[in-house]
Design a protein. Structure first.
Length: 175
């Protein structure tokens, strides 16, 4: 069974991580999130869940890629994959989201890594998002809530799960 939002929040608390969670109507897009966010100051994200494109004969299986980007970041998926050294990728289907992150479309979040076996998903975090904000905001596995966490706390949480998050300078379009 995938972790629940309540279980996730309890894990964060058990690690002694400072968080703030608010409940709101479900949101499925960055635009909907902007309309409801009110005074949630800090960095907000868009999250892309990508799977390896068809592998070549003899090529080892590659992990999925969760790219956590600043919400207004414009990026080519191909340029992102190149910058991350991920090879060719494509958008992962909803079945992969549920199987690996335990979430449905519209709820993609780095907190979903709580459900991913170590090595099955690489998580790449936008350096600007992590560097430029004292708080970053993500859905705690459900898109009717938003949880703020300090960037260092997010890294610590991911590492506590056995994941090795990568902070990456994301190239601008055409870059």
């Amino acid at each position: 069974m995938p972790e629940t939002p309540e279980g996730l929040l309890a894990r964060l608390e058990a690690l002694g991580l400072e968080t703030r969670t608010v409940t709101h109507p479900p949101v499925f897009t960055v635009a909907e999130s902007r309309e409801l966010r009110g005074t949630l100051e800090g960095g907000h994200s868009k999250n892309l869940f990508l799977r390896p494109a068809r592998k070549a004969p003899g090529e080892d299986a590659r992990p999925h890629l969760l790219a956590v980007l600043q919400e207004d970041r414009q990026v080519s998926v191909n340029a992102l994959a190149r910058a991350a050294g991920a090879g060719r990728v494509e958008m992962a289907p909803a079945e992969d989201l549920m199987a690996l992150l335990g979430v449905i479309p519209g709820s993609v979040t780095p907190f979903g890594m709580v459900n991913a076996p170590p090595g099955a998903v690489r998580v790449v975090l936008d350096a600007g998002l992590m560097r430029d904000h004292s708080w970053v905001h993500f859905h705690p596995l459900a898109n009717n809530m938003t949880t703020a966490i300090r960037p260092a706390g997010l890294l610590r949480f991911l590492e506590s799960l056995g994941h090795r998050p990568e902070v990456l300078e994301i190239p601008a379009p055409g870059g």
